[in-house]
Write a protein that binds this ligand. Structure first.
Ligand code: TYM
Length: 336
């Protein structure tokens, strides 16, 4: 039995639109955790500015991500919802972690390599130390469980390494070993235009992704336009081998309908994509349409959203600051 209280923390960057990937890989899964854990969900605006953000766009996107969480079923009465920059413990603990993590560890981060591309020297230093801030987000709450999409696995391994090195270096058992919660039928939602690329808010092609702000028409159109191959659908999961686009659509279908991918295959065995995509379009519209409409309603009430973020930040700060102070004491930072 762990000495640590069971606490969930997760975050989303307000850098562009929320996508179906964010929803199926992360936010949808958060909803069900609210009844069994203490849950803290964060709009990570400090992470967003590791790449350029227009200030007004960032402010709007921060509220929009909060609206997206609430519209998806994250309940401000059950969970703490706030934006990262309002709780200074994140940045302060991140500095300590910059001094714990090793250059060699950060050099291995695939997300940095992908985001920095060929021009590593021109990437911000913030982008490089991004995973240290992520570790601080989680550990300043002594969170034990982190529900994310598959792309965040490496960052969570780094979080464990940082916690372990801190505990070893200072001879304490202070930070918990964080457990990733990567579950559901769509832990890695792929682009609708290319089944080998992750669906991402930064993809230049609008048709590559479904945004949570898309209206019913655009959702249906994007599904109908999704790239596929010319074979009929297979009856088993094995039949999806080497058919990345087909596999992606089946997984999306399974996740949205909360069924098993193998059952979807069975149901559509031998059928063409036209019929399958029609059904997937209807399903997507029925699940995502109400979320998009609720988001837009919430975005019309900025003072409500701001009050949620303000109240959330107050509650988050109450947990985070005492933990930060203990960490500072352990390190020997004098606070007379
Ligand atoms: P971000 O903002 O890129 O994505 C937010 C969440 O959505 C998941 N996700 C996906 N899941 C499946 N398929 C996809 N195509 C897809 N795209 C995104 C991500 O895995 C993530 O769970 N570094 C994080 C944010 C963060 C964080 C944290 C997360 C900052 N601090 C602390 C957990 C705990 C990120 O960039 O997520």
């Amino acid at each position: 039995m762990s000495a640590f209280k069971q606490r969930v923390f997760s975050g989303v960057q307000p850098s562009g639109n929320l996508t179906l990937g964010n929803y199926l890989g992360a936010i949808k899964n958060w909803v069900g955790l609210q009844d069994s854990y203490e849950t803290i969900f964060c709009v990570v605006d400090l992470h967003a500015i590791t790449t350029w953000q227009e200030p007004e766009v960032l402010r709007n996107a921060t509220r929009e991500v909060a609206a997206g969480m609430i519209a998806s079923g994250v309940d401000p009465k059950k969970s703490i919802i706030f934006n990262q920059s309002q709780v200074s413990a994140h940045a302060e603990l991140a500095w300590i972690f910059n001094c714990v993590a090793r250059m060699g560890w950060l050099n291995r981060m695939t997300q940095f390599k992908e985001k920095a591309g060929k021009h590593k020297e021109r990437a911000s230093v913030g982008l490089y130390v991004y995973p240290d801030l992520m570790a601080a987000d989680i550990l300043t709450y002594l969170a034990t469980h982190v529900p994310v999409g598959a792309d965040q696995k490496q960052h969570l391994e780094l979080t464990r390494d940082i916690a372990q090195k801190f505990n070893n270096d200072y001879g304490v058992n202070f930070f918990p070993e964080v457990e990733p919660l990567i579950f559901g039928a769509a832990t890695r939602v792929m682009s609708l235009r290319d089944g080998t690329a992750k669906m991402s808010k930064s993809d230049p092609s609008e048709n590559s992704r479904i945004n949570l702000t898309d209206d019913r028409d655009s959702i249906a159109k994007k599904i109908r336009k999704a790239r596929t191959d010319s074979e009929p659908l297979p009856g088993t999961l094995e039949g999806l081998e080497g058919r990345a686009e087909a596999m992606n659509l089946i997984n999306i279908f399974a996740a949205l309908s909360e069924r098993e991918a193998k059952d979807i295959c069975q149901e559509y065995e031998g059928k063409g994509f036209a019929e399958f995509k029609n059904d997937l379009a209807d399903l997507s519209v029925s699940v995502l349409g109400p979320i998009s409409e609720e988001m837009s309603r919430l975005m019309g009430d900025k003072s409500y959203l701001d009050s949620i973020l303000r109240e959330g930040a107050r509650n988050a700060d109450e947990i985070a600051t005492p933990i930060l102070k203990q960490a500072q004491d352990i390190v020997g930072l004098l606070r007379p």
